[in-house]
Design a protein around this ligand. Structure first.
Ligand code: PMM
Length: 307
């Protein structure tokens, strides 16, 4: 089967050799299934807080079509407090070890260098750092010593006060682009190779709902870095606000799946490299429709003698 992003010109040209080594059974973006081993994540907190439940959930997401599993031990929902290091390690390492031993491709969702180091030793191939190296700059040195991919997300502050930092003087797209560029410089200075790096606009992190939509509409500004992009929109508050009831009550978290699937198709069309999602089955179904239509369009072009 072809590599990540195959069949999508923009993402194919963006995919480096390392990111291409993670492959999907379908064309289009990789599907990263979320396993939050936390008592308090905003959409699935507490559901998979015990190792065994988290491992079983990981297997379920793999069976639904996830290409990679993102295992996290710290909730980043607005207002969340941080677990201590030992607690985060206890949450994620056993789950990573078990799922990697079963053949799953693993990402670790952490801002801590020590967790990144242990996670890679346990089998993780992606270090997903929502702080892009700001929370613990030593994480960049850990990544530089490995062949792991590094997701550098746009971030401004820890979850307990991030929503006090939603001012973007020259617009959110320009601000995110500039600040992600600084994180890229820091990663390169630490020795992280470009082929390891994936960028993420950080939807919901120090962003208003309008900011998230502007970022989604302006993704080409981030594509200009020439690096693969990962987007995490799944079940987020801005989707709940979009789908609010007439009285303004946000759509509950478990009613945001169709909106997520619609977004998955649009992001596939854009050539995004990876989608970080809770609703793996719905995402994979939506991507199957998108991929089949690509094949259909190619056949129509051929039969009409068009390039
Ligand atoms: N969002 C959350 C956690 N980790 N990682 C990346 N790379 N991008 C994201 O947008 C992102 C993330 C918060 O969502 P969750 O609590 O549903 O996991």
């Amino acid at each position: 089967m072809t590599g990540a992003g195959a069949g999508v010109s923009r993402s194919s040209s963006q995919s480096s050799s390392l990111s291409s080594s993670l492959s999907s059974s379908r064309p289009g973006p990789l599907v990263m299934g979320i396993v939050n081993v936390t008592p308090d994540s905003f959409s699935d907190g507490g559901n998979w807080a015990e190792s065994e439940a988290a491992i079983a959930h990981g297997h379920r997401l793999l069976a639904q079509g996830a290409d990679v599993l993102d295992i996290g031990g710290e909730s980043t929902r607005p207002g969340a407090t941080r677990p201590v290091l030992a607690e985060e390690l206890d949450r994620v390492v056993p789950v990573i070890s078990a799922l990697a031993a079963a053949g799953a491709r693993i990402s670790v969702d952490t801002m801590r260098s020590e967790v990144a180091r242990e996670a890679v030793a346990a089998g993780a191939e992606i270090v997903n750092d929502v702080s892009g190296g700001l929370a613990d700059p030593a994480i960049l040195d850990v990544v530089a010593e490995t062949d792991a991919l590094y997701v550098a997300m746009h971030w401004r502050a820890h979850a307990d006060h991030m929503q006090s930092f939603t001012t973007y003087e020259d617009g959110v797209v320009a601000g995110v682009r500039r600040e992600l560029g600084l994180r890229l410089d820091a990663a390169r200075a630490a020795g992280v190779r470009d082929e390891q790096i994936v960028l993420d606009p950080g939807l919901g992190f120090a962003k208003t709902a309008d900011h998230n939509w502007e970022l989604l509409a302006g993704l080409e500004e981030l594509e200009e870095f020439g690096l693969p992009l990962l987007v995490g929109a799944s079940r987020k508050t801005f989707l709940g606000a979009l789908l609010a009831a007439p009285d303004g009550t946000p759509r509950p978290i478990d009613g945001r799946e169709y909106a997520g699937a619609a977004l998955a198709v649009l992001l596939a069309q854009r050539g995004v490299w990876c989608l970080r999602v809770h609703d793996v089955a719905a995402t994979c179904d939506a991507l199957a429709v998108w991929a089949r239509l690509q094949t259909g369009e190619a056949a129509t072009r051929r039969s009409e003698g068009r390039p």
